[in-house]
Design a binder for this molecule. Structure first.
Ligand code: 13P
Length: 258
């Protein structure tokens, strides 16, 4: 089993004052109860990143900071966008690439996802490639093929130097923010499918996460029966207690306690 990774995607929530408050709370809990087996990452809105990394550094919080998106280009006339090197200067270590919300609402095609992933890893940052089908595709049993296509589009031909920087997050669109979690069986099947496709692309070592209405109650079952390497958490990452309970579940599963 790979070392678990639990990522909290704050999406467009929490201004910088609220973000500082949350990361301080997380820091206090982690000081008293470190999660020795789990890598934790928080992914705040761009405008909060500097404040969050300041707290992480000054309080020595055992957590890394990620970004929700980066522009495919390295610099230039792209009003409103943020480059990977700007993120790197802020000590950002992770970037989500191709989250379904960006694919659906901000015109992120498979091609732009593939190019963005390369822009991220070329700078030495870790990319979390998000994949997942919509409900209509799941209902017609097209989910495996759909995810295969997304994986091929993003990862085919990726230089071997960059492969260790790739994590794959399976987030079925129908489970995001809906309270409708995929069953542990659906998660296990898809995780295995993703591992097979990833291996065929020479990415057999990549960690596979699940995201979509993960919470403190379902994390243990999803982790142990779903056989994932961790989670990409939205709503439940906005509170220190639920985020860290999910982290604890991942920690204990790895440790064989659950
Ligand atoms: P929820 O956990 O709120 O369903 O969000 C999942 C997600 O999209 C994380 O990136």
């Amino acid at each position: 089993m790979n070392r678990p990774l639990v990522i909290g995607n704050w999406k467009m929530n929490l201004d910088y004052v609220e973000a500082v408050h949350l990361i301080q709370q997380i820091g206090v809990v982690l000081k008293n109860k470190p999660l020795e087996h789990v890598e934790l990452v928080v992914v705040p809105p761009f405008v909060d990143i500097r404040s969050v990394t300041s707290v992480v550094d000054s309080e020595r919080v055992a957590i890394e900071v990620g970004a929700q998106h980066a522009n495919v280009h390295e610099a230039g006339a792209h009003t409103g966008e943020v480059s990977v090197s700007m993120l790197e200067r802020l000590n950002v270590k992770w970037v989500l690439v191709g989250h379904s919300e960006r694919r659906a609402m901000y015109a992120m095609t498979d091609e732009i996802v593939a190019q963005t992933l390369r822009t991220v890893v070329r700078q030495g940052l870790a990319a979390v490639l998000c994949v997942g089908e919509e409900l209509s595709i799941r209902e017609t049993e097209g989910h495996n093929d759909f995810v295969t296509t997304q994986l091929h589009a993003a990862l085919e031909g990726l230089d071997e130097r960059w492969r260790p920087l790739v994590t794959i997050a399976y987030e079925p669109v129908w489970a995001i923010g809906t309270g409708l979690t995929a069953t542990t069986e659906q998660v296990r099947e898809m995780t295995e499918h993703i591992r097979t496709v990833a291996a065929s692309l020479s990415l057999g070592e990549a960690r596979v996460l699940y995201g979509g209405s993960v919470n403190a109650e379902n994390a243990t079952a999803l982790m142990s029966e779903g056989r994932v390497d961790g989670f990409l958490v939205g709503g439940a990452s906005l509170k220190a207690e639920s985020f860290l309970t999910i982290g604890q579940a991942a920690n204990d599963c790895y440790d064989g306690k659950r």
